[in-house]
Each structure stands twice: as C-alpha cells, then as structure tokens.
Design a protein around this ligand. Sequence first.
Ligand SMILES: [Mg+2]
Length: 372
Amino acid sequence: MKIKSLEPFILHLPLTSASISDSTHSITHWGVVGVAITTTDGLTGYGFTGTHAHLASDRLITACIRDCYAPLLIGEDANDHQRIWTKLARHPSLQWVGRAGITHLALAAVDVAIWDLKSKKAGLPLWSYLGGARTERLEAYNTDIGWLSFSLDDLLSGSARAVEQDGFTRIKLKVGHDDPNVDVRRLESVRKRLGADIRIAIDGNGKWDLPTCQRFCEQARDLDIYWFEEPMWYDDVESHRLLARSSTIPVALGEQLYTVDAFRSFISAGAVAYVQPDVTRLGGVTEYIQVADLALAHRLPVVPHAGEMSQVHVHLSYWHPASTILEYIPWIKDHFEEPADVVGGVYKRPEQPGAGTTVLAESFARFGKSLA
Ligand SMILES: [Mg+2]
C-alpha cells in the first residue's frame, strides 16, 4: 500500500440556513479542505479539515499538503500511520514554522486519509478496525437549532422540533451577547418550553472574560446547564481553572486546541470537565487517540467537536472507551458516500469500510474550488 499520488481539494458547502452566527463567527458555508491519497494497490483515502470557507486561507492548507507534505509522502507505506505522522509533524523545517495552525490542519487532513486507507484496506469501518464498538447506542446532541443569530421564536420552535419531532433529548445553545442577561432570558425560555428532562448545553465560543462568566453562571445556576463550552479565550488555562472552581456548571473545551500538550495543560490544571478533541484540528486520528487516552486516564468524558461534522467522530465515538455523546450538525453529511445520520436522537453506526470520508463525485463537481 505505497502512496502513489496526492490530490488536494477545497469544497465550500452551503449550510442548512443561509447564514449563522455564534458570538465570534458568522458563516454561510463550511469548508471541507483536504486530500485524496491514492496507493499502488488502487485504493483512495480521503481526509479533510473543517474551515469557514475562506478561500485564501483554505489555499494555504492545500499548498502545504501539495508543496510540503506530498514530497515526504510519495513512496511511503500507508500502513505506517505513526511513522508518517512523526515524519510530517517533526520535520525540522516544517516544525520550525508551525506546530499549530495551517501546517497542523494540513497534517490532520493527511492523517485522516491514511486511517481511511488503512481501514479500507482491511475491509472494515474505522470503529471496527480500531477494535470494535463500545456501545450499541451513541446518542447525539443537536447544535444546529441553537445559533446566536436565531431569534427567540426561532430558537424555541427549532428546539421544540428537535425534541418533539426528531427525538433528540440533548441540545446545545449558543451564548455570548454583549449583555449576558439576554442569554439568561433566552435560556430560561427554552428550559421552560422543553421542560426539565432535556439536557441543555451552552457554548460561548470564547467571547467573555472571567468576571462576566462568573456573573452569568451565578444567574444561570438553576437552569441545569449540562456544560458551558469555551466560556473564555481558548488558550487561557488559568481563567478556566478559576471558573471551574467557582461554578457548579461543568466546563467543556478543546475544539481550538491543536496538540495533546495543550489538552494536558488544561486537564492537569483541573480546568476542563468535558474534553472536546477534534480530528480536524489535532493532527488527525493519530493525535486524537492520544488525547482520548489522556482523558480516559483522568476519567474525564470525551465529547468531540464536529469540525468534520462527525463523519469520522462517529467511528471514534462508537469505539473509544472514554466517549459519551456526539455533536450533530447536518451541514455536510449528504456529500459523503455514507452520511453520519441520526435517527431518533441516536447515531447510525457506519458499516462501510473506511473512515466515512469518501466525498461524492457530484459534490466535487458542484462545490469544488480552484486551488490556484
Ligand atoms: Mg463549540
């Protein structure tokens, strides 16, 4: 299974709404930026990272794959995921310019493609290739009903639809208005509409500071918030440690962390309760496993962030013993041969060989962007 060729790609896929916003970002498309790797035995593996469909920076990722990584990969045995990962991530000249950011997002795409190849070669879905399913039932939580840009009416009707029609028992709502009282009132309305049995998590996308978060948590303490995700700036370990100590609402984070070392800093400080790795920001499946094992060693639950909209994480969550529930955002699933589908609030277990990353040919044709 020698690597014969690599073909980077950029797709910009429309969302389920015309546009959405959280406290920090406003987008109209999700970027699927990655690489198809073909081997001498005729297999093709697909891997990608997730972006905000910003073409200029997407092209930096594909340029890194094409110009920096491809020459290191041609002729390598695609079975050797760890050797390949180390060769790319610890290449002295590339390590010098990026242990995070563009080079790491490009590494994620390559590594996921390698795992897609390995499990396709074995003829098994990735979860089975890794060692088998830990559960028969992987519960999903719905994020796509709770954007900050939604009016209160839309928030209420979307949440009710997710619970009453689609069978979700868990949802996540965005917070982060300039006035946190607005968020408290929105949460009170949704809690009142859905009742006490539905699990409601919230996500601040890193906007507020520590005193704002502490005041907000005090006001929201009776709303049974399942977790408070990314309450503050992504890299600020100490403020998250202080918030975790001062509030009864558990802290969740990890979607903006690039390395196992960053996760270790938060975990060892007691600054995170729900660990949220993402294969598209970490260096792929290889580094994701290191983070999930680290969480397991600390008896912390793993709830991945869906930067690949759960196409890969559905495999990892059915398999890894520290996994619990999994995020659901249905923006891109229908562009894959085997969509990460949810029925009655539960993820269907994938059955096709590979990592769930094989993009449909017609999606390449319709939504592909020029790499130039
Ligand atoms: Mg988030």
